[in-house]
Design a protein around this ligand. Structure first.
Ligand code: GTP
Ligand code: MG
Length: 703
């Protein structure tokens, strides 16, 4: 494979909902370009991009797949991405490094979340968008209503470039509105034919709309268009380039990946008209795309395989990278030496002597570089923005099947996380569990498969515990006298305290003299306020810290369920000491017991974490979702329309949220999505509190 300059490169991320036909389309493109001479299919498990045995098993893409294709002096780096929501991480990074996103739309169903996410991230990263309406060979597809859907969902920048002639099982002809010619496909090859007479008017009308939107990109063109009523080819080309560069037009193409109709034309369009890495807009923090500048590269994929070891996939952001080049990893400051460089076609690697700015490729044997990291030449100041991945959708605890393999599981999970930032592992001290944060059940299944098959360690998933909290709801006073007289030196301490639920700006008590006030931010959230109201030296000041220690012990190990307590004000207002027998240990004990006693009488409450959850769902499912939410103790806050879907805002307890990804998927055939973010702690209902207290008692007795 040749070495290419940025101007001769096109980077294309192929994204869209699961099953919209991306991998099938990729296969058609590879065939049309002569990369393969027989097409594989999903069903035969022999496509170039779905080459992992897990992908064969699931019949879905799971990992992104890079295909570098040479055609007429242009190198096209096409990345086929998975559409399943669980693997969104493998869609986001490719969109980030490509200039154009080719969004596959399934003509046989309404716009789906996979397509919405593809567009959302493309817009966020300022990338060009081209739509490909696929599956037009299916019975009963309605092209016009698909276009309507695209426009209402993604805005009027979406513009028809092609019109299908004979949708349905015999589909083979498409009208190109720019050329005003029809193309009939046989075995992937297009032959020019006349536009059917009954479609000429419609085609002309749509062409005018298209030319008008192209003219809108440029004032000069707009003037010409108003005067002449049309633009010539040169003017169209100029306006179109400008419009695409500004992301002012999202062209809509169409076809059938299965029948290899339309694939070659959309690819020619991308090759001829969409911006190269040299032309495209830079994102904040990106260096100029210049092969002669200092070297920098961004890792958009990492995959560790038992046979090949770890492969890092990169976009060269600036300079020219060669084997043996020394680089610095910006995120951890370690130094790396580049090994062999490869262009990639599915699982085939083609060694190349160098890669220039704008190109995509892979390398091996890096020591400490992972997805989302930037490597750069020494002495170069580059801050390529790291990708921010979506919040996790569910928590699960992981345990090894064999006792004693905790560390092996931990190391393997960590390796998985370095390849997939949407899978996050945490050794949670509070819950005493290894928690895996993931995007859903399929994501978890893939992780488990890889633990077993790649890292040779068997694991099991169990429910993640909930980090409950405890607090009080009313005012109490109480005291405790600690007294021990066993033989020699005795122990004596007496402490009187008052507890209140703590709120910000609460007034100080009026019947006590407040001599000192400390407010502590607790490590586990919430506050502890301590009022020192000791007067007349009834307790020596040096014992106050010991009392506080005793109280802290109880906060860390809440009296109800052993969980952390929070948001409490303690006033220490009276007590007694003994000239000989009082010491710190005695006061610690008295403080701790006085606190426990008061806490238990102050209408204590168990709190649970509540999340702000936004569910995005197609209109047809709104009723089902709304009636299901209350069964999950969720509070509905409101509902907003967004295009053809609705956004339901709710608050949901974490214990329910952990099951929601799976439930939502089955309620909506994977057509809804949600985002969750921690909001606050709230009281659990009484019946749940009673259960939790019982459970805790039982576990204490067992110990
Ligand atoms: N009728 C018809 N079926 C198609 C077409 N394109 C793909 N399919 C079928 O749709 C199914 C899904 O195709 P894929 O290519 O795996 O879809 P994908 O978008 O890669 O799916 P993910 O990898 O899960 O995101 C397969 O059974 C294909 O054979 C098409 O144009 N027409
Ligand atoms: Mg696929």
């Amino acid at each position: 494979m040749k070495v290419y300059e940025a101007k001769d490169i096109r980077n294309i991320a192929l994204a869209g909902h699961a099953g919209s036909g991306k991998t099938t389309l990729t296969e058609a493109i590879l065939l049309n370009r002569g990369v393969i001479n027989r097409r594989g299919t999903i069903e035969d498990k022999n496509t170039v991009s779905d080459n992992h045995e897990l992908e064969h098993e699931r019949q879905n893409s799971i990992f992104s797949s890079l295909m570098s294709i040479e055609a007429d002096g242009i190198k096209m780096n096409l990345i086929d991405t998975p559409g399943y929501d669980d693997f969104i991480g493998a869609m986001i990074a490719p969109i980030r490094v490509c200039e154009t996103t080719l969004v596959a739309i399934n003509a046989s169903s309404p716009i789906e979340v996979g397509a919405e996410n593809a567009v959302k991230y493309s817009k966020e990263f300022n990338k060009g968008i081209v739509f490909f309406i696929n599956k037009l060979d299916m019975e009963n597809v309605n092209y016009d209503s698909v276009v309507d859907d695209i426009k209402t969902t993604f805005g009027s920048s979406a513009t028809i470039f092609e019109l299908p002639v004979n949708t349905g099982p015999n589909f083979d002809t498409v009208i190109d509105l720019l050329k005003m010619k029809a193309f009939k496909y046989t075995d992937g090859k297009a032959e020019e034919v006349d536009i059917p007479a009954d479609m000429v008017d419609r085609a002309e009308e749509l062409r005018n709309e298209l030319i008008e939107s192209i003219a809108e990109s440029d004032e000069d063109l707009m003037n010409i268009y108003f005067e002449e009523g049309d633009l010539n080819d040169e003017q169209i080309a100029k306006g179109l380039k400008a419009a695409l560069m500004e992301n002012a037009i999202y062209p809509i193409f169409c076809g059938s990946a299965k029948l290899n109709v339309g694939a070659s034309r959309v690819i020619s369009f991308i090759k001829e008209v969409t911006p190269s890495p040299a032309d495209a807009k830079l994102m904040e923090g990106d260096p100029e795309v210049d092969a002669n500048a200092k070297r920098s590269m961004f890792c958009f994929k990492m995959f560790s395989d038992a046979k090949l070891g770890a492969m890092n996939y990169f976009k060269i952001k600036s300079g020219t990278v060669k084997p043996s080049d020394d680089m610095i990893n910006e995120s951890n400051n370690s130094s790396e030496r580049i090994g062999q460089l490869f262009a990639i076609s599915g699982k085939n690697r083609i060694e190349v002597p160098e890669l220039k700015a704008g190109d995509l490729g892979a390398t091996v044997k890096l020591k400490n570089t992972h997805i989302n990291d930037t490597l750069h030449e020494k002495g170069m100041d580059v801050k390529i923005k790291r990708i921010e991945y979506p919040n996790y959708k569910m928590r699960t605890a992981v345990v090894p099947k064999t006792k004693g393999e905790e560390e092996k599981v931990g190391v393997a999970l960590h390796a998985l996380q370095q390849q997939d930032p949407t899978l996050v592992v945490e050794h949670n001290q509070e819950l005493r569990q290894t928690i895996l944060y993931s995007q859903g059940e399929l994501h978890l299944a893939v992780a488990k498969w890889r633990l077993t098959n790649r890292y040779k360690v068997e694991s099991e998933y169990i429910p993640a515990k909930v980090p409950y909290r405890e607090t009080i709801t009313s005012n109490t006073r109480g005291s405790y006298r600690h007294k021990k007289q066993s033989g020699g030196a005795g122990q004596f301490a007496e402490v009187h305290i008052m507890l209140d639920p703590y709120t910000e700006d609460m007034p100080d008590p009026t019947d006590m003299q407040v001599r000192g006030k400390d407010i502590y931010d607790l490590d586990w959230g919430g506050k502890l306020c301590v009022l020192n109201c000791i007067v007349g030296g009834v307790i020596d000041q040096r014992f106050i810290p010991a009392i506080l220690k005793g109280i802290m012990d109880k906060l860390e190990n809440g009296p109800l369920t052993g969980c952390y307590a929070r948001d409490i004000r303690v006033a220490i207002f009276d007590g007694k000491m003994h000239p000989v027998d009082s010491n710190e240990a005695a006061f610690k004990m008295a403080g701790s017991q006085a606190f426990k006693d008061c806490f238990e009488r102050a209408n204590p409450q168990v709190l649970e974490p509540i999340y702000d959850v936004t569910v995005k769902v197609p209109e047809t499912f709104v009723g089902d979702i709304m009636s299901d939410l209350p069964t999950r103790r969720a509070m509905i806050l409101g509902i907003d329309a967004e295009g053809k879907s609705q956004q339901i805002k709710t608050k949901m307890p974490l214990s329910e949220l952990d099951k929601y990804a799976t439930a939502l998927r089955s309620m909506t055939q994977a057509r809804a999505s949600f985002d969750a973010e921690f909001a606050e702690y709230q009281a659990v209902p009484m019946n749940i509190q009673t259960e939790l207290i019982e459970e805790y008692k039982k576990s204490q007795e067992e110990e």
